[in-house]
Ligand binder design. Structure first.
Ligand code: NAP
Length: 345
């Protein structure tokens, strides 16, 4: 199979670098175009991308000249790691010009005609694309992935829909890498917990219900979610404690079995980035932990552990996922893999 040429909008940023690194060894996609702001335009990628990843900068991208984000230039398929302050206008202009934009930014996530995609959960939400094109007059399309903490919560809840979730209370312990670079000042976070992440609780509460919903997310899942979001001194990995109340009364063994056997389209199709299994159910009393478990499934698996009865709700557990892989670039690449497998690229 010939590789599919892809471009990256916001290629110089933290998420853009993750795209460059992960796509350098992708079996289906080949990066042929890098774009960022006027500040970087016309310069070599290695000169303007302050490399923050442990893996070396791929040589093919290092010597590429960064271009401006001009719609109509670059390949049909573009990944976006653009800053949210500019992503709305630029991504919309690219979709109007015929590009398929696979975005990480928050701007279009809650648009009723834009899929907020987690391929294991709501692959059917891609059916929105036909209506998206006709209603918005775009010849291209936009598909988004969720916020980095939402994706962990939604994955852990997806197997439990069979028990009719009524209410969820989630408290997060979120890594500093989720705030980008340089992110939270060291004097704010070392030896400390910051009990506020702007906009994060609202995103977890609304995005989760769209993802688990029907009709492309336009009929949100009928449950109530309450989120407490905290920043902690962890480098990578968002950990969260989750309590869930159900309309039905499953046993804890039934809940465990639902989590253990959960899989979706990426696993059926053996997509290149699909973790097998997508959720690892840990049985040790003190797992999952970010330092030990964040890289499961190449950073694409969610771990769930400490599953037990809750005297207030029904069941409670701990969930963990890699915020910059499963919560950002890795999620977008899995979205693109699903779209390619479904002949939507
Ligand atoms: P970042 O490091 O600040 O990178 C922002 C990128 O946007 C850079 O490539 C920058 O290019 C480009 N940009 C800024 N203004 C521009 C303009 N006017 N025109 C064209 N390009 C422009 O941000 P990030 O942390 O990678 O986050 C990117 C997006 O992903 C955000 O929407 C964020 O909310 C989302 N996200 C981030 C994470 C994370 O872990 N960091 C996780 C999930 C989602 P220059 O270098 O040329 O300025």
């Amino acid at each position: 199979m010939d590789a599919i040429e892809v471009g990256i909008l916001g290629a110089t940023g933290v998420v853009g670098q993750q795209f460059v690194s992960r796509l350098a060894r992708h079996p289906w996609f080949r990066v042929t175009w890098l774009a960022a702001s006027e500040r970087s335009q016309g310069k070599l990628y290695r000169e303007v991308a302050p490399w923050r990843l442990a893996a070396p900068m791929p040589g093919t991208s290092a010597e590429r000249t960064v271009e401006a984000c001009v719609p109509g230039k670059g390949p049909k398929v573009v990944f976006s790691g653009l800053d949210a302050s500019v992503a709305g206008d630029i991504e919309g202009a690219f979709a109007a010009a015929g590009h398929i934009v696979i975005s990480n930014a928050r701007n279009f996530r809650m648009d009723p005609l834009v899929p907020l995609l987690i391929p294991e959960i709501n692959a059917d939400h891609l059916k929105l694309l036909g209506e998206q094109r006709s209603s918005k007059g775009w010849t291209g399309a936009i598909v988004t992935n969720p916020n980095c903490s939402t994706i962990v919560l939604a994955m852990s809840l997806a197997p439990l829909r069979t028990f009719n979730i009524r209410a969820v209370v989630v408290s997060t312990m979120q890594a500093v890498s989720g705030a980008g670079y340089p992110g939270v000042p060291s004097l704010d976070i070392l030896g400390n917990v910051v009990p506020f992440i702007g906009g994060e609780e609202e995103k977890m509460q609304s995005e989760t219900l769209k993802i688990l919903g029907t009709d492309g997310g336009r009929a949100p899942y009928q449950a109530v979610v309450s989120a407490h979001c905290n920043r902690v001194a962890v480098v990578d990995g968002h950990t969260m404690t989750v309590s869930v109340d159900f309309h039905s009364r499953p046993s804890i063994e039934d809940v465990a079995e639902a989590i253990r056997t959960f899989a979706g389209r990426p696993q059926e199709l053996w997509l290149p980035s699909a973790p097998q299994p997508p959720i690892v159910l840990t049985t040790e009393p003190n797992r999952p932990q970010p330092r030990l478990d964040v890289d499961l499934g190449g950073g694409m698996a969610i771990s769930v552990g400490r599953l037990r009865s809750c005297p207030v709700m029904h069941a409670k557990f701990v969930a963990l996922g890699h915020n910059t892989i499963r919560g950002a670039a890795g999620a977008a690449i899995l979205n693109a893999e699903l779209m390619h497998a479904e002949a939507l690229l």
